[in-house]
Design a protein around this ligand. Structure first.
Ligand code: ADP
Length: 484
């Protein structure tokens, strides 16, 4: 890989300010999903390295928490600037290990860095509160304090931004962190660690433990009583395991889990905007995001026209290597992912869905799946029930608001929802009725550091970004002064 700053590519893990190999020099291989080629060997850590990272993070917590918000802010700010200065290299590393097109990878680096910038500012604003006393001689003050050592377990679909989104508010609050990135994409995490070292974080404040055995490292992170908080982004299945494991030591937990986003188009929608929004919400990252539109509901009056225009737009999406110009759909992350898409598409067709475009792997043995559109979809199909996590759009036809709201909410998930329409009264009614943590109205994109990202129901709890984002890493303490 040709980088301007070759130091950014490393397979070593980062503990107590040092890049280290794993015990017994164990490693695992990281490959490029585009061609399956080996990129680099990565230090394969286990419980003992994790334990030492936690101990070092706890030692570093003593002095990190004592810095002023402004002092922490200065280092975070420098980390943000370094990410922006190295955006080309960071995006290249991301595309090579994850597959997404370079332009999208750059977008992710910019987006991820924007959380560092945001929380560098918020570091100065961990405000408390004063409450009028309940007795004449009493005064009540609320203060907020960093919770302690934070464990962050992150997925492969946003290998950089899912780290900064957790780590920036944690560090801003005065916590220290141990990060366990996905074993499929550890290189973006390591590159962030190189820049964290350059930015001047004291040793032990930020640690990275890579592993090919997430269960072992996960057990240590969740069982170790020194860890006071777990923030996890990933599947609902693994989130539930981790939540159970955290119960023994009653850790504070944030979970950002799976979604099953409805994308509703009402008859009065601006059809061009709806098509554009649907493409963005469905096909970004080849459909591999937890806020991707999973089920598209189109009202009967606009159904034919929308479906036709949408399918035409889908047929124009270019598949290929993320490093090639003009490519918008990269490979899926691994063979298992392609098989799971093949399975849900076959199930839908089997149960009577109509295939308008796509439907197959691009070539035998490749990890590319053609952008796909299915119509005549019904709620008994797997594409309705589960998170697809691939470039497949199932379209449902509906008649009334009541029916579509019921269908949209008929899922255990509650992360993102989208709808297009112009009637303002309906916009309010529908927005309030959707059981989701985030609702995009006449837009297919809703992620930004200034707004609270997160879900309800089995999509999890906790919020990332915004003025609320630091609360997840702060304890609230109330001081009751008597005898005044
Ligand atoms: P995805 O479906 O996005 O791959 P996963 O939930 O499997 O989601 O993975 C998200 C993160 O959780 C990754 O870092 C992965 O290594 C980690 N992980 C998976 N299983 C466990 C586990 N049992 N304990 C701790 N971490 C795990």
């Amino acid at each position: 890989m040709n980088l301007k700053n070759q130091r950014l590519l490393t397979g070593q893990s980062f503990i107590n300010g040092q890049f280290i190999n794993a015990n017994k020099q164990k490693t695992f291989s990281v490959t490029n999903p585009y061609d399956g080629k080996h990129i680099i060997d990565v230090a394969d850590c286990s419980a003992s390295e994790t334990q030492s990272a936690i101990t070092k993070a706890n030692e570093a917590f003593v002095s990190w928490r004592q810095l002023t918000g402004t002092e922490r802010s200065t280092i975070l700010r420098r980390w943000f600037e370094l990410q922006m200065e190295n955006i080309d290299d960071l995006a290249m590393i991301l595309t090579v290990e994850q597959g997404k097109p370079l332009a999208e990878a750059k977008g992710e680096i910019r987006y991820g860095a924007s959380f560092v910038e945001w929380f560098a500012e918020e570091a100065k604003r961990a405000y408390g509160d004063t409450i009028p006393g309940h007795q004449r001689d009493k005064r009540i003050v609320v203060i907020k304090q960093p919770i302690g050592v934070v464990a962050a377990i992150t997925p492969w679909n946003f290998p950089s931004a899912m780290i900064t989104r957790k780590v920036a508010p944690a560090l801003a609050a005065g916590c220290t962190v141990v990060i366990k990135p996905s074993e499929l994409t550890p290189l973006s995490a390591n590159a962030l660690a190189v820049l964290a070292q350059d930015a001047g974080f004291p040793s032990g404040v930020l640690n990275i433990v890579n592993t090919s055995t997430p269960e072992k490292v996960g057990k240590e992170l969740t069982a170790n009583p020194t860890v006071r908080k777990l923030s996890f982004t990933g599947s609902t299945e693994v989130g539930k395991i981790l939540l159970r494991q955290c119960s023994d030591t009653v850790k504070k937990v944030s979970l950002e889990l799976g979604g099953n986003a409805p994308f509703i188009v009402f008859d009065d929608a601006d059809i061009n905007e709806a098509v554009e929004g649907a493409i963005a919400a469905k096909y970004r990252n080849a459909g591999q995001t937890c806020v991707c539109a999973n089920r598209m509901f189109v009202q009967d009056g606009i159904y034919e026209e929308f479906t036709q225009r949408f399918t035409k737009a889908v047929q124009q999406l270019i598949i290929g290597s993320g490093l090639e110009k003009g490519v918008v759909i990269g490979p899926l992350i691994e063979e298992k992912a392609v098989q799971s898409i093949e399975f849900v598409v076959a199930d839908a067709i089997d149960k009577g869905a109509n295939l308008l475009t796509g439907g197959n792997r691009k070539d035998k043995d490749s990890l590319f799946f053609q952008p796909t559109v299915l119509t005549d979809v019904t709620p008994d199909m797997k594409v309705f029930i589960q998170e697809i996590f691939g470039p497949v759009a199932p379209i449902f036809k509906f008649e009334t608001d009541e029916v579509v709201i019921a269908l949209a909410n008929d899922t255990p998930y509650g992360l993102a929802a989208y709808f297009y329409g112009r009637d303002y009264a309906r916009i309010w009614r529908v927005a309030e009725a959707l059981e989701y943590g985030m609702v995009g109205i006449n837009t297919g994109m809703l992620s930004t550091p200034v707004a609270p990202f997160g879900g309800i129901k089995e999509s999890g709890f906790g919020r990332e970004g915004s003025k609320y984002g630091m609360d997840d890493y702060l304890d609230m303490k109330y001081l009751c002064w008597g005898g005044i």
